[in-house]
Write a protein that binds this ligand. Structure first.
Ligand code: HEC
Length: 112
């Protein structure tokens, strides 16, 4: 009896460790989709910093921009901002897709 309950506990712990909540799975899928869209549409400028485009994962370049909050960043990306054309010139992208990329950008920054 004693060893059986131990076994049950071990199994429960394993399940917990291996299982993501539905919310975590959904969040991971959003980020993966954002990354794919980034690679297809935004990478050409945002990987190398063309025209001063903030480089993905570069906390220094993103710092003051990120502080504007996700909604402002999404709006700037949709409408165009400074040297960045509206939607990076990829006008076939929906506003929701632009948001996925911006969420991906923000997730690449180190937590403060
Ligand atoms: C043609 C090059 C180019 C492409 C393609 C491009 N960007 Fe940009 N992006 C820029 C430049 C340049 C800036 C900096 C603009 C400035 O501050 O003058 C920028 C800035 C941004 C910012 C910061 C705005 C702010 O408020 O500081 C976001 C967010 C952004 N881009 C999102 C995207 C997304 C999402 C895509 C893909 C759909 C994308 N960009 C594609 C050039 C590009």
């Amino acid at each position: 009896m004693h060893s059986l309950s131990r076994l049950t506990l071990a199994a429960a712990l394993l399940t917990l460790a291996g299982c993501e909540s539905a919310e975590e799975v959904a969040q991971r899928e959003r980020l993966a989709e954002g990354q794919t869209l980034y690679e297809q549409n935004c990478r050409v400028c945002h990987a190398a910093g063309i025209n001063g485009a903030p480089i993905v994962g570069n906390a220094k370049m993103w710092g003051p921009r990120a502080q504007q909050g996700v909604d402002v960043l999404v709006q700037h990306a949709i409408e165009g901002y400074g040297l960045m054309p509206a939607k990076g010139g990829k006008t076939h992208l929906s506003d929701a897709q632009i948001r996925l990329v911006v969420e991906f950008y923000l997730a690449q920054l180190p937590n403060e």
